[in-house]
Each structure stands twice: as structure tokens, then as C-alpha cells.
Design a protein around this ligand. Structure first.
Ligand code: PHE
Length: 453
């Protein structure tokens, strides 16, 4: 039986939606990807561009997707089918489900590293003279160990999704998100109180725009999409678990605010410590796995803070991974009438298998390098998902609402149930003109700089 809106599970309360969606947004993107992207793209200048992208593209699109979900009471494929029957627009939903598939497949690889590092960091911080780059390399180039951790992480994810929207997603987000905030605050206090932390703060807060290229711009919007879980239907899906009278503008602004604050705070937890202990910020994806353990090894009580850090990373990853698996499972539940448990288990297993090559990209498939990208397999999954599929999904859903379904309908839908502030002309202008133009221009510039220049 296809789920009707009446039989649909809904968030138990407003905080449930906010914490679940913030849990999706806050993840490896904030704590692992944002700091190394900032480090690779020159520090504060990248942050300024990122913040502009969040304001002009991120928030408007989060509202956009949430409306589509609440109005249709369906996950992405069904949402487009319900709002534009007998048209090919459902393919945008399908693109979202596919993207979720790809992202989750490599997301669990990095999440698995984080789980492994909860104990690896103990060895790394207590062994004299250990080479941290070697420890990390040793871990990711061993064939089985990362795959086993990847499997463990996937089992956690599957079991939460199998338990349902309120008992699974909402319950675990409500438990884990406050712990995450607390851990982050502890780490920041430790970082900025180290002697010499000031150099890191300067690097992090003083913009230098001379290094900004098309690649930087594409890097910043890909980061905005990834970090906000945007462009693949997480907000359509989570929005579909809102009741028709639930508020949207303020809740979504809170979610975007929380995500941005956590990313910025992660920088405060990392860069001051990195600089205080004389390390370089541009270590790339290895920043939190190589540079940070080295930092912890040299700081008083580094062992404890090291373990706390990787627990934090694991928690953040888990509340994001569940949203990715939820989008994929909800497609089968809503469209094909599957039972939730069956959908979660089967999709979880298939995605796990698809992710194995990304993990083996450091051992068995280490010769692989995508022309132009010059990166390993995992980074290639990441690049296509975040620099192409997510912005494309965002672009198409903006065009859909702005020109096909109708901006007027969208504004009415957005404002139903809202009190504190409402969405209006500015939002419509952003969705119809600013968002599409910026995405197209930045994607073109970034692709040109990456492959052609
Ligand atoms: N937003 C998550 C993070 O920052 C990743 C994610 C992307 C989750 C897309 C869902 C959808 O880690």
C-alpha cells in the first residue's frame, strides 16, 4: 500500500524537526571537510565567500526544499510527482535519491575512519616519536580494517533508520546533538588557551582575496550544499514529516544558523591548536586525521581531548548518515510501498557495497586518478556529488518552484503557520534569479578552472 499523508509519521514536536535536520546538516562536512577546505583555499577569504553562499543560496534553498516536502507530504520522487503530475520533474527527485546513494557510500568510509580513530588516537598520542602521517596512511591503506569500521558504522545507521522517524531519527538526534555541542565547546576552550594560538586565529579571521579563483568559488558552494545537506532532498524528506500547520521560516533559519555556527566553531577548535603547535593548515582531507593527532600528542591531556574529538566526529557523522539513508529508504517506502525495516536494511547493504571501492582507493585501487581532478577515488566520489550533483539538484528545484509550480504558491505554503517572520519578495527574487544565475556561473567557472585551464 502506498503511504497516504494520514498514515505518515510526523515529528513529535518542532524541536524534533530542528534537531533532526540540524543533525543532518552538522556532520563530517563541518568538522572534517570545512576546516581542510578553508586550509586549502587560503583561510578567511574562503569563509567570507562561504558565508555569502549560505545567505544567498543556502538558506533560500533550504526553505524551498522544506516547502516541497511539507506541501506534498512525500519524499523527493513522490513530491515532484504530486506537485507536477504527468511531467518529467520527478527525475529531479530521482537525481536526489541517486546522489544520496553516492554520498552515503563514501561518507561511511570517512565515518569509519573516525570510529577507528577513537582508539587509534590513543596509540598515536601516547607513542613517542610516532609518524602521524604514517599512522593514518597505514590505516587507510590496509584493506580490511577500514571496511570493517565502515560496516560497523553502517549497521548503526541502518538500525536507527529501521526504528522510524520519531523513535529512530528524532530520538537519536535529540540525544546526540547536545553532546556534540558540549564536546565542541570543550575542545575550543582547550585550543584557544594554548600558548601561540593567536597565529591560528589571525589566519582564520583575516581574509586574503588574492588567491580566489573559480575553483575557490565552486569549492565554497559545494561546501555550502554539502554542509547544509542541500540539493538532494533531505529537506524535502524531513519537511514531509512536518504537519501542514508547522512553522517553516524560523525553524529552517535556526537549522542553517546552527550548521554555520558549528562549522565556524570547528575552525576555532582546530586552527589555533594547529598553529600553536607549529603545523601547517593546508593538509587536505588528512587535516583532522594527521595534523590533529599530532597536535593532541603534544598538548597537556591530549589523550583525553583526542578521544573526545573523534567521538564528536563519529556522532556528527552518524546523525548525517541517517538522513542520507532516510532519503533513499523513504523513496522505496513512499513510492514502492516497502516496509521501513526492509528498505533500510537492503539499501544500507547495497550502499555499503558501492562504498567499498572508495575505501580501497587507498590500497587496491590506489593507481586510480580521475583526469583533471588528480585525486583518489573517494575524493572523486566527493567531487562529483558535491560540485555537480548537489548544485544541479538545487538549481533544478529552484527553477521548479520559481517558474513551474509557482513562487506564489510557495510563499503561501512557506508562511502558513509562521508568526515571527515570513518569506516574501526577497526570497522569490533569490529563488528565481540569484540562485540559478549564481549556481550556473560558479559551476561553469569551477569546471573550467578544474578541467580546461
Ligand atoms: N551535511 C552533512 C555534513 O555536513 C552531509 C550530508 C550531505 C548529509 C548531503 C546529507 C545530505 O556532513
Amino acid at each position: 500500500m502506498i503511504n497516504s499523508s494520514k498514515g505518515r509519521e510526523h515529528w513529535a514536536n518542532r524541536v524534533g524537526f530542528i534537531l533532526a535536520a540540524a543533525g543532518s546538516a552538522v556532520g563530517l562536512g563541518n568538522i572534517w571537510r570545512f576546516p581542510y577546505m578553508t586550509g586549502e583555499h587560503g583561510g578567511a577569504a574562503f569563509i567570507v565567500i562561504y558565508l555569502i553562499a549560505i545567505l544567498l543560496i543556502g538558506y533560500p534553498l533550504v526553505v524551498n526544499e522544506t516547502i516541497l516536502g511539507r506541501a506534498s507530504q512525500k519524499s523527493p520522487v513522490g513530491a515532484f510527482k504530486a506537485l507536477a503530475p504527468n511531467s518529467p520533474w520527478w527525475l529531479v527527485g530521482a537525481l536526489g535519491v541517486f546522489t544520496g546513494f553516492v554520498i552515503l557510500s563514501y561518507y561511511i568510509v570517512v565515518a569509519g575512519w573516525s570510529f577507528a580513530y577513537i582508539y587509534k588516537v590513543i596509540i598515536a598520542t601516547t607513542t613517542q616519536g610516532i609518524d602521524h602521517a604514517q599512522v593514518f596512511k597505514g590505516h587507510i591503506t590496509s584493506v580490511w580494517e577500514p571496511i570493517i569500521w565502515q560496516a560497523v558504522f553502517m549497521l548503526f545507521t541502518i538500525s536507527i533508520i529501521a526504528s522510524g522517524v520519531v523513535n529512530g531519527i528524532q530520538r537519536w538526534s535529540t540525544i546526540l546533538m547536545p553532546i556534540l555541542f558540549l564536546l565542541l565547546i570543550v575542545l575550543i576552550i582547550r585550543g584557544i588557551s594554548l600558548p601561540g594560538a593567536g597565529a591560528g586565529l589571525t589566519y582564520y579571521l583575516k581574509p586574503d582575496f588574492s588567491e580566489v579563483t573559480g575553483r575557490t568559488l565552486l569549492g565554497a558552494i559545494s561546501q555550502a550544499f554539502f554542509s547544509l545537506s542541500l540539493g538532494m532532498g533531505v529537506f524535502i524528506t524531513y519537511g514531509s514529516y512536518l504537519k501542514r500547520k508547522d512553522e517553516i521560516p524560523v525553524s529552517t533559519a535556526t537549522i542553517v544558523g546552527l550548521d554555520t555556527i558549528v562549522a565556524l566553531l570547528a575552525g576555532f577548535a582546530i586552527f589555533p591548536a594547529v598553529f600553536a603547535l607549529g603545523f601547517a593548515p593546508g593538509a587536505g582531507p588528512g587535516l583532522v586525521f594527521i595534523t590533529l593527532p599530532a597536535v593532541f600528542a603534544q598538548m597537556p591531556f591530549g589523550l583525553i581531548f583526542g578521544v573526545l574529538f573523534f567521538v564528536l566526529l563519529g556522532i556528527a557523522a552518524l546523525t548525517s548518515a541517517i538522513s542520507l539513508l532516510e532519503v533513499v529508504s523513504a523513496w522505496l517506502i513512499d513510492e514502492k510501498g516497502w516496509e521501513r525495516k526492509k528498505a533500510a536494511v537492503l539499501m544500507g547493504l547495497v550502499i555499503f557495497v558501492v562504498g567499498i571501492p572508495a575505501s580501497l582507493g587507498y590500497s587496491v585501487f590506489s593507481d586510480f586518478s580521475f583526469p583533471g581532478l588528480k585525486t583518489d577515488l573517494l575524493d572523486t566520489y566527493d567531487w562529483f556529488a558535491n560540485s555537480i550533483f548537489l548544485p544541479l539538484g538545487g538549481l533544478l528545484s529552484a527553477i521548479f518552484v520559481g517558474y513551474v509550480w509557482g513562487a506564489k504558491k510557495a510563499v503561501n505554503e512557506a508562511n502558513r503557520g509562521s508568526s515571527l517572520f515570513t518569506i516574501g519578495k526577497v526570497w522569490v527574487f533569490l529563488i528565481r534569479y540569484v540562485v540559478p544565475v549564481m549556481i550556473v556561473v560558479i559551476m561553469a567557472a569551477g569546471i573550467y578552472d578544474t578541467f580546461i585551464k
